[in-house]
Design a protein around this ligand. Structure first.
Ligand code: C5P
Length: 222
């Protein structure tokens, strides 16, 4: 039988957006189809990992051989990740987590009466930074979606959140990011920068998992 690069390794992935309710019918969210996170979780499972995906709301089916936990808000995603994190060796944060949520969500639909309406927002927890803080031994990978200064911003994120690797992609151009089926990634870690050429998200996720597996297994042998 085939042996995979991540046989027996436990990989936890977040994917999709989060949804922060304003009232029962309205909310704040981030643009994300979930395609990249789902592809990363599927590629990890293909490589032999025991993969768990914590997903925000998407229209995608659960990936094959991946235990998928569905959540809605950033706080629910945070709780679900913290419940799984002690049983993980590698964490890959692909989710587009909403940075802010309404201070309170109205129990009933807000009536369209006022000409102006002010929403009071509060910061959401940073799931990835909390993972790296709580489990400094875990191999932590973050994503960075940027419209400019990709490498510098990715490197800043690597340091600020205490990560092992950042996969950065340019958004807002054709063939990359958001709902697109293809993506281009720049891998930034303490050793340098590697560019992964534009490819279908499924193919790119396999290459990314290969790059992660190599670095994960090389830890401590540097
Ligand atoms: O800081 P920024 O949002 O640009 O960082 C993006 C990375 O951090 C992604 O890997 C994303 O999944 C993760 N993140 C998170 N929780 C947040 C915000 C971002 O896990 N509240």
């Amino acid at each position: 039988f085939a042996t995979g690069e991540l046989d027996g390794v436990r990989v936890l992935v977040t994917g999709g957006p989060t949804w922060e309710a304003i009232d029962p019918v309205r909310g704040l969210t981030n643009r994300s189809s979930g395609k990249m996170g789902y592809a990363v979780a599927a590629a990890a499972a293909e490589a032999g990992a025991r993969a768990v995906l914590v997903s925000g709301p998407t229209t995608l089916p659960d990936p094959d051989r991946v235990r998928t936990v569905r959540v809605v808000s950033a706080r629910e995603m945070h709780d679900a990740v913290m419940a799984e994190i002690d049983a993980a060796d590698i964490f890959v944060g692909v989710a587009a987590v909403a940075d802010y949520r309404p201070v309170e969500s109205a129990p009933r639909k807000i009536k369209k009466e006022a000409e102006r309406l002010t929403l009071d927002l509060v910061r959401n927890p940073d799931i990835l930074a909390d993972v790296a803080k709580r489990r400094p031994d875990i191999y932590a990978v973050g994503f960075a979606a940027e419209t400019e200064d990709l490498e510098a911003r990715a490197r800043a994120k690597l340091e600020a959140k205490g990560l092992d690797l950042v996969a950065a992609n340019l958004v807002g151009r054709p063939g990359s990011g958001f709902e697109a089926d293809t993506n281009t990634l720049l891998l930034v870690d303490r050793r340098g920068t590697t560019e992964l050429a534009q490819a279908h998200k499924t193919a790119l996720a396999r290459i990314l998992i290969h790059e992660i597996a190599q670095r994960y297994h090389a830890q401590g042998r540097a």
